[in-house]
Ligand binder design. Sequence first.
Ligand code: SF4
Length: 487
Amino acid sequence: MIMPERESSKAPTIDPSADPLDPGFQDALVAGEARLSPEQALDAWHRMPIADLGRLADRRCRAIHGDSIRTYVIDRNINYTNVCTAKCTFCAFRRDQDAQDAYTLEYDELLQKIREVVAIGGTQILMQGGMNPELPLDWYVELLRSIKAEFPDLHVHAFSPPEFIEFVNFFDPEGDTLADKLRTVLRPLVEAGLDSIPGGGGEIFADAVRRKIGLGKCTAEAWLTVMRVAHEFGLNTSATMMFGHIEGVGDRIHHLELVRRWQDDAINDFAADGGGRYHAFISWPFQPDNTPLGRLKAWGDVEGDDPDAPFPGDVVGLLDGSGDRSLHREFGRRLRLAGATTYLRTQALSRLYLDNIWSIGSSWVTMGPHIGQVALRFGANDMGSVMMEENVVSSAGTAHCLNEPMICRLIRDAGFVPAQRDNDYRVLTPHFAPKGPDLEVEDWSKYRATSLHKQTESTEEGAGCGSHFGTTTGDASAIVDLTVKGD
Ligand code: SF4
């Protein structure tokens, strides 16, 4: 087993006068000796061609992870309930309690799903749900105990920050401050078997954006406080960002800045005592289908818009997050969806900006396997999970499914050695040629079956938001067309 190195507790320095296009400064970035300021990140975004930005992020990725191995994990995403009190406008997953297709999984159903992923070599589950006021804290504690009783070695990566904030609101735990209350809630869950916390619900941290798209969802400060308390408890977490909707580029950089700053604090304050930190960052574009937010018009498509004028989100999205909707009257009313190039540029920038975070994940679930593969050359070191189940992004229009041979082949064809990892990013099984799940496939034709995954008959039918839940997974009845080199 190969262990990841710990991120340095000594943050690199910022030189505000450095030009992000200067080769010497870029060498220092790659070496982890220099840090991008928000202004330099914005400058790099506007001035660097996509190939240069990608190449720089790839160099930085190789400096951290080497030239050989790129990883994936075998897990399953279980969305235990779709009942939710929030009304995020980008979400097609949530249901009211009395909706005909509202559901909450029984323990037996959940355990059966886990048996299935363990049977194919899975090492963890990612378990998240809506904010369901009908479920008491004991329901979660008992669920974790049941899981650990049957699967003591399974890693349980569960309950994103918005769920924790609603636990606090629903259960009114003891404590004077939010952090105290979170400690009261988190303690029994950790004792019952919670191992780490996924970064769902990050969206965009800037207030102006968050208030527009995340109705009823926690603030950025609350989100970050949940993770801070988790780090204090020694749990590792991930961080996410969903972009390509109403936000500006400045908002994305502000989001990265907050993640980096709170990660610095986690490392400084807790690392010496074995505390947790953000292990990974993953970002993906908003998936618009079947969502209220997706019904907005694009900037320039409405009479009176000036498509040559700046996008409203860029006017409002200030680097310090202080932008206010009053800065542009159409802010929040126009979309700017992100395609493949914006996705790759954003991911590359995140690799360069988040110098204190170990892993950058490729979002092939939303972008498709091939862009996900290209992302491995734009700063990503990890392909995330094979897809056993997908309930969330599928109904918002985009979800792809890969099995282990396919994900290994994508990694190998990108020029790397695929390796299964665990939740702590420790390499479990590197698949050096001539052995590997992909290298044992004799007939690839059966791996190119179908395309887009949409659930139709499951009790979890009709879901889809793709943000609260982070990267998600899908029932393997659908396998994406994998047309790759050599077929
Ligand atoms: S994204 Fe999450 S919190 Fe928001 S409405 Fe959907 S399920 Fe609820």
